[in-house]
Design a protein around this ligand. Structure first.
Ligand code: PMP
Length: 426
């Protein structure tokens, strides 16, 4: 028995499914999850001492690579001064000012400890601000695990949603309308029928939780215009895409100003941080200024904020995103070319330092397209790559990430391994 197998067996006796977040259990791809013991730069090592080139990056935060020395040093220095105060600190102001300077749509910002808290709080705020209850989300987008966001489509376009998780009362889900991603006609229809009821639309403006799906510019323009016309708060959930697709997020790429933005992952540099922010008139509705309650014992944690500030400083180096984007695009193109050499129905794309690999001939435009890809083939490919020391996300429905620590040689090695894996897939 390998050490990974031993640990998995042991973990399952005390932790549900052996994991503290479901995707880690490898349910979708089968096999034994790797218990990681260490990570540095572009690499992780598992409990058996095997090294992997890592394309998960802790699901997004590790844009500088793992354990960047300047981030680790910032954490160590902050820790010595106290782990948590539950009182305001100067560092939090620096963090808020840094986020506001980088994302001008954010006029004010509040720090929380996870992406889930950020989206949950943004929705409560949008409801408090508008005095409306209904929200719109899109099938295939994930925004964390707040009750109102664990919802799937109801029976008809205009009907409100049903819970997609046990433990979510139907009464909570009924305020969420679930629509198709990247479908402007549908959005127009729903706003025409119910526009005055909609408090907010929340969207992954480039989706990374149904593999990588890019909406059209026209769709995003329509979304912005409809929210403005009907007084609905447009929430860009950039927990994954913020500082991942580029220094200005998807809002910069598409040149759209959301009313609220949610952030997480990269802004914590690997420590637990989330944030939500946006229009001052909306943000001023939050307690203690306004009537919408939101709080957190560890919000603005001095250690986590130190990691975030160090990360935000490093990603502003000249050419940081140019290099990363070039490398990620080369990775996606190299993977697609390798697949083509072996006659696979496969496609790939990159947006900034995010990529999608698809076992389908065309790059998907919607959740339905993604669902139509060959999952069984992905699962075999995943395990061939893992055995060869290349760690892709353990699901066909997740985007992947390249970090600044990935060298051209790392990427070439992964493409070479993929070439062999495609040959073996037949
Ligand atoms: N929004 C998006 C777009 C995400 O990708 C995630 C996490 N993958 C979340 C929200 C939730 O963040 P967290 O896991 O930190 O609660």
């Amino acid at each position: 028995m390998s050490r990974n197998e031993e640990l998995f067996a042991r973990a399952q006796r005390s932790i549900p499914g052996g994991v503290n977040s479901p995707v880690r259990a490898f349910r979708s791809v089968g096999g034994t999850p790797r218990f990681l013991s260490r990570a540095q730069g572009a690499y992780t090592w598992d409990a058996d001492g095997k090294r992997y080139v890592d394309y998960v990056g802790s699901w997004g935060p590790a844009i500088l690579g793992h354990a960047h020395p300047e981030v680790v040093e910032a954490v160590q220095r902050a820790a010595v001064d106290g782990l948590s105060f539950g009182a305001p600190t100067e560092r939090e102001i620096e963090m808020a000012e840094a986020l506001i300077a980088l994302l001008p749509s954010m006029e004010m910002v509040r720090l929380v400890s996870s992406g889930t808290e950020a989206t949950m709080s943004a929705i409560r705020l949008a409801r408090g601000f508008t005095g409306r209850d209904a929200i719109i989300k899109f099938e295939g987008c994930y925004h964390g695990h707040a009750d109102c966001l664990l919802v799937k489509a109801g029976s008809g376009l205009l009907t409100f949603g049903n819970p997609s998780s046990g433990g979510v009362p139907a009464d909570f889900a009924k305020h969420t309308v679930v629509l198709d991603y990247n479908n402007a006609a549908q959005l127009e229809e729903v706003f025409a029928a119910r526009g005055s009821e909609i408090a907010a639309v929340i969207i992954e403006p480039v989706a990374g939780n149904m593999n990588l799906v890019r909406p059209s510019q026209a769709y995003m323009d329509t979304l912005r215009a409809l929210c403005t016309k009907h007084g609905a708060v447009l929430i860009f959930d950039e927990v994954m895409t913020g500082f991942r697709v580029g220094i200005k997020g998807v809002q910069g790429l598409y040149n759209i100003t959301p009313d609220l933005t949610t952030l997480g992952k990269i802004i914590g540099g690997g420590m637990p941080v989330g944030a939500f922010g946006g229009r001052r008139d909306i943000m001023e509705k939050i307690a203690p200024l306004g009537a919408v309650y939101q709080a957190g014992t560890l919000s603005g944690s001095p250690v986590a904020v130190a990691a975030g500030l160090a990360t935000l400083r490093l990603i502003q180096q000249p050419d940081f995103y140019e290099t990363l984007t070039t490398r990620t695009t080369a990775f996606a193109n190299g993977m697609a070319a390798a697949a083509q050499r072996h006659g696979q129905a496969f496609s790939a794309q990159a947006v900034g330092a995010m990529f999608g690999l698809y076992f389908s001939a065309q790059v998907p435009q919607s959740f339905a397209d993604v669902m139509a890809s060959d999952r069984e083939r992905f699962n075999r490919f995943f395990h061939l790559m893992l055995d060869a020391g290349h760690y892709l996300a353990p699901s066909a429905f997740e985007a992947g990430f390249v970090s600044a620590a990935h060298t051209e040689a790392d990427i070439a090695a992964t493409i070479a391994a993929a070439d062999q894996a495609f040959a073996q897939l037949g």
